[in-house]
Design a protein around this ligand. Structure first.
Ligand code: ZN
Length: 176
């Protein structure tokens, strides 16, 4: 961890419910102190063997890895085939795929600003990429009523800076 900042804003007030009269048993506890805390951290995290996947997203290219022995194609990429333990090879995929299942989320997961800033409801889709063997879960930006199992989608790329590199991409409906 490189830096750590804590800022706080302290507000003191007395909260008195309308029903509280002269015999309020909680009178000595009505003064409330509210503290707003903001905690920020910055740290370095290596994307390691997965790095090329994110580098290629910046190049607007979608990559998986293929096992040279059993030929399974992993998206997200896996450096080692979990099926036969062979080291895989990078393979570019067309970036199209089919929704296998999905969730409609009415509350954003407060993991980072990329998600916090999204309008709800948020569609989390499990997409089988064309040419891939595994499901790729990610945000699908589409009208919730239009999303269905079997829907054709494609990878779209972020047009503005993101906080986490996985948000360099998302899915959108494929217009065929
Ligand atoms: Zn394999």
């Amino acid at each position: 961890m490189d830096t750590r900042n804590v800022t706080s804003l302290i507000e003191r007030k007395t909260v008195l419910p309308k029903w509280a009269g002269a015999n309020d048993p909680w009178a000595a506890f009505r003064q409330v102190e509210v503290i707003t805390l903001e905690l920020t951290q910055s740290y370095k995290h290596s994307l390691g063997k997965y790095s090329r996947f994110f580098i290629e997203l910046e190049n607007r290219r979608f990559f998986g890895t293929q096992c040279p022995t059993c030929h399974r194609v992993y998206t997200p990429p896996r450096p080692l085939c979990p099926n036969c333990l062979t080291i895989t090879a990078w393979q570019e995929l067309p970036g199209t795929g089919t929704v296998q299942t999905f969730s409609v989320m009415h509350f954003p997961a407060l993991v980072n600003d990329d998600v916090r800033d999204m309008k709800t409801p948020i569609i989390l889709a499990y997409v089988l990429p064309d040419g891939g063997s595994t499901l790729f879960p990610h945000v699908l930006k589409a009208p919730p009523d239009s999303v269905h199992i079997g829907m054709r989608v494609r990878v779209a790329y972020a047009e503005s800076p993101v906080q986490h590199p996985i948000h360099l991409m998302y899915f959108v409906p494929l217009e065929e």
